[in-house]
Design a protein around this ligand. Structure first.
Ligand code: MRU
Length: 344
């Protein structure tokens, strides 16, 4: 399963706002359409956002109608700025934009059409690499999973959130593919319901046993011994291991510690922001009130009610048992463990 496909200059995305009741696709043939698809969460999940951004830059650059290098680079900056402003928390977005800009700048001596081709090729390469990274990460994570384990996850860090296979669900898939009998408990993940709509759907599609629970049931199931470990994805990991992920992750991590249950983060190295020392510097996206006051157009809360809707929270490193990456598993103390990868 892949949430994005690039063909003949057009990026085709599964519209994740419509799952699981409708499987429909959105086609983006301009960079502004790509930017809108990230902002309105047609595509979401840190690695998928990053690669979508890369394709957006490739599409935007290809459409720049000039032979002048100076004008081309000016327009490229504008394209990058528009895409940069879509969502603030997932660092993969900024990582992908930087990588694309660097590709263009490192080849500034080539002619404009050659730079355009290089940008398309770079985006395709990032897409291909992402699937490979997830499979390697899954293989490392599989070592932590015993036959018969029940794994709790929050949000969707699956194939839909990446270019295929997934990070947290990549570990689940690797264990399942290895013949282990595993079960998944999926938090519904209010308010946007990525667990109910996306994780439940993609695991069901693959025949991996999954039980959907409301977010406020996680503690009950941990205390009653139903959960063997928790695995979630990440939107940004600070140099000290503090991790931003979907709102509600912090509560799950605290509950896991209280119940002596291992709490794992599964994420590619590109999700580490080496430039920030701790999670205190991670910008948290605030989303619109309607995501809480309404569900699919049905009003749940009184008119005019004041709402807070942070899309992410930060789990301090002391709650994290290990961080599973494509380069191996990082254990505390995270400062030293993470620093080894800073110039990869
Ligand atoms: O708001 P979203 O749906 O983009 O948030 C997604 C998450 O929080 C995921 O857990 C994270 O991006 C990791 S995806 C492999």
């Amino acid at each position: 399963m892949r949430p994005l496909e690039f063909k003949n200059g057009v990026l085709k995305l599964i519209d994740q706002t419509r799952l699981p009741t409708e499987l429909i696709y959105v086609e983006c043939s301009t960079y502004k359409e790509v930017a809108a698809s990230i902002a309105n969460m047609t595509v979401r999940g840190a690695p998928a956002i990053g690669v979508t951004a890369a394709y957006g830059i490739a599409i935007g650059a290809s459409a720049v109608n000039t032979g002048s290098k100076e004008d081309f680079f000016k327009e490229l900056e504008e394209i990058c700025n528009v895409i940069r402003s879509t969502r603030p928390t997932a660092v993969n977005l900024f990582w992908a934009i930087d990588r694309m800009r660097r590709k263009a700048l490192d080849n500034r001596d080539a002619d404009v059409s050659a730079i355009k081709d290089l940008l398309v090729r770079e985006a395709c390469e990032m897409d291909r690499e992402d699937v490979e990274i997830n499979k390697t990460l899954g293989m490392h994570g599989n070592k932590l999973i015993k036959d018969g384990f029940t794994i709790l996850t929050h949000c969707n860090a699956g194939a839909l959130a990446t270019c295929g296979y997934g990070t947290a669900l990549g570990v689940v898939r690797a264990a399942h593919d290895a013949g282990k009998k595993i079960n998944v408990f999926a938090d519904e993940t209010r308010p946007y319901l990525q667990g109910a709509r996306l994780t439940a759907w993609e695991l069901q599609q693959d025949g991996i046993p999954v039980k959907l629970i409301c977010d406020n049931m996680a503690g009950h199931f941990m205390k009653s011994g139903a959960i063997d470990c928790v695995i979630v994805g990440a939107d940004r990991i600070a140099a000290n291991g503090d991790t931003a992920n979907k709102i509600g992750t912090y509560s799950v991590a605290v509950l896991a510690k209280e119940n002596n249950i291992p709490f794992y983060i599964a994420a590619p190295i590109s999700t580490i922001d080496f430039s920030i020392e701790s999670g205190d510097s991670i910008p948290i996206e605030e989303r619109k009130a309607e995501e809480i006051t309404h569900i699919r157009g049905i009003q749940l809360a009184p008119d005019g009610i004041s709402v807070a809707n942070p899309a992410f929270d930060v789990t301090p490193n002391r709650y994290i048992t290990a961080i599973i990456t494509e380069k191996g598993i990082i254990y505390p103390p995270y400062g030293a463990g993470i620093c080894r990868f800073s110039n990869i």
